[in-house]
Design a protein around this ligand. Structure first.
Ligand code: NAD
Length: 436
């Protein structure tokens, strides 16, 4: 099948490359000429494990190509995916749908034959109705169906997630839409991935409800971690103790500096705005967003406390290890490291940082933070170290070498990567999350 993917970012590029790998003929479209030029030259615009090889293989096989021209890219496509960004709208927190609607209008202008328009971007309930309205206003003389197909992949594990999903959700209102989506995903349900058909509105809501639920789980364990610190418990034991209950499950129960990334912060906010518009408050999600928001700066204060308080910390230097919102990505959107660094800088603390993949994206978001080439360089002369992102490289740090390089052996582990007894035995003053 010929497929067009409009938007070649984290979701569009991975989805396009995977669909090509299933044997479809895929054109990835992006309005950013620099991105398309890089892709055409075989250079990945983002860091995602395995992506460069997947793209190269499918380009070579003639199943994957790139263009800036939407008219050219959608020509003859039976399925046209919209995978553009839906960031928080400045000022009010609603999802900014201007990119999605701009694509819908451009598709309406250039479409030459029957096609299914698939919203893969995360969009609020009712967006599919508006996309349909835009297309129907164009008075196209052939059938067009608008379906919702939210994406659940995780950055850092995106290819595996796309190819072996827990489920595929399709919100379709007619048989044409359902049929084409069945053909798109046929290679996957041969692998038994459940294909769940719902109404378009339910499908749109499923994505937000899923993210809000996961954000709630993270925030829940973060607050339990705070309580553990007060009562002398160990949050990792508590998480294991509750997670082994199948009704709860062990995933998303890792205490840390608060959720970040390109999805949870903006999606919880957008869901709250939808709830407000429909006069149906989601008070649990409201609390989650608020708690998570204040947690990030609290983590900066935790580092200051570990240094002996604000007065002692002023004028000193903290080394941040890891900046991205999680390992194996270069994505810095809403990363807790930004708020941690800002809190430190506000208290007159200098910040030096190292991240294996995120420094290029981080630099413009973290003015005044000195980026260096590796972890050992970062800790050299530091008065404290804060581990913010649990990259594998930091798990295997030579702590004896680190100890010899720092000015003061203060280690704040915001991801509970290290074992307290081991680190303390090496002479570090060690603080982690929710563990005595
Ligand atoms: N990143 C994730 O992990 C993830 C996971 C699931 C869902 N989502 C959702 O998927 C959507 C895309 O997210 P992303 O992280 O891939 O965003 P992104 O910013 O990485 O990519 C979006 C791309 O769309 C392009 N674009 C914008 N307008 C365009 C237009 N008119 N024509 C062609 N291209 C255009 C941009 O240039 C950009 O390259 C969002 O709605 C997001 O919420 C993201």
């Amino acid at each position: 099948m010929k497929i067009a993917m409009v938007g070649s970012g984290y979701v569009g590029l991975v989805s396009g490359a995977c669909l090509a790998d299933f044997g479809h003929d895929v054109t990835c479209i992006d309005k950013d000429p620099a991105k398309i030029e890089r892709l055409q030259a075989g250079i990945m615009p983002i860091y995602e494990p395995g992506l460069a090889e997947l793209v190269a293989g499918n380009v070579k096989g003639g199943r994957l190509s790139f263009t800036t021209s939407l008219a050219e890219g959608i020509d003859g496509a039976q399925a046209i995916f919209i995978a553009v960004g839906t960031p928080s709208r400045r000022g009010d927190g609603h999802a900014d749908l201007s990119f999605v609607y701009a694509v819908a209008r451009e598709v309406a202008e250039h479409l030459k034959g029957p096609a299914v328009i698939v919203t893969k971007s995360t969009v609020p309930v009712g967006t599919g109705d508006e996309v349909e309205r835009i297309l129907s206003e164009a008075g196209l003389p052939f059938p067009v169906s608008v379906v919702s197909n939210p994406e659940f992949l995780r950055e850092g594990a995106a290819i595996g997630d796309f190819k072996r999903p827990d489920r595929i959700v399709v919100g379709a209102e007619d048989e044409f839409g359902r049929q084409v989506m069945q053909d798109v995903y046929r290679p996957l349900f041969l692998n038994q991935a459940p294909l769940l058909f719902t109404s378009r509105r339910s499908s749109e809501l499923i994505k937000y409800a899923a993210n809000a639920f996961l954000a709630t789980k993270i925030t829940f364990i973060n607050e339990i971690a705070d309580l553990c610190e007060k009562v002398g418990g160990n949050v990792q034991d508590v998480a294991r103790g509750i997670g082994l209950d199948n009704r709860i499950g062990s995933k998303f129960l890792h205490a840390g500096p608060g959720y970040g990334g390109s999805c949870f912060p903006k999606d919880t906010l957008a869901l709250l705005k939808t709830a407000e518009d429909y006069d149906s408050p989601l008070r649990i999600v409201e609390a989650v967003a608020k708690v998570n928001d204040s947690r990030k700066r609290a983590m900066g204060r935790k580092v200051i406390e570990a240094m002996g308080g604000a007065e002692l910390a002023r004028g000193k230097t903290v080394a941040l290890l890891g900046l991205t919102f999680k390992p194996n990505t270069d994505d810095m959107r809403d990363a807790p490291a930004i708020a941690v660094a800002q809190t430190l800088q506000d208290a007159g603390v200098a910040v030096v940082a190292y991240d294996p993949e995120g420094m290029e994206m981080a630099a413009p978001l973290m003015p005044g933070v000195r980026m260096v080439g590796n972890a050992y360089e970062a800790v050299t002369g530091a008065d404290a170290i804060a581990l913010v992102t649990e990259w594998d490289a930091f798990r295997a740090l030579d702590l004896d070498r680190v100890k010899a390089l720092v000015k003061a052996p203060v280690l704040v582990d915001l991801r509970n990567v290290y074992r307290p007894d081991e680190v303390r035995a090496k002479g570090f003053a060690y603080t982690s999350i929710g563990r005595a």
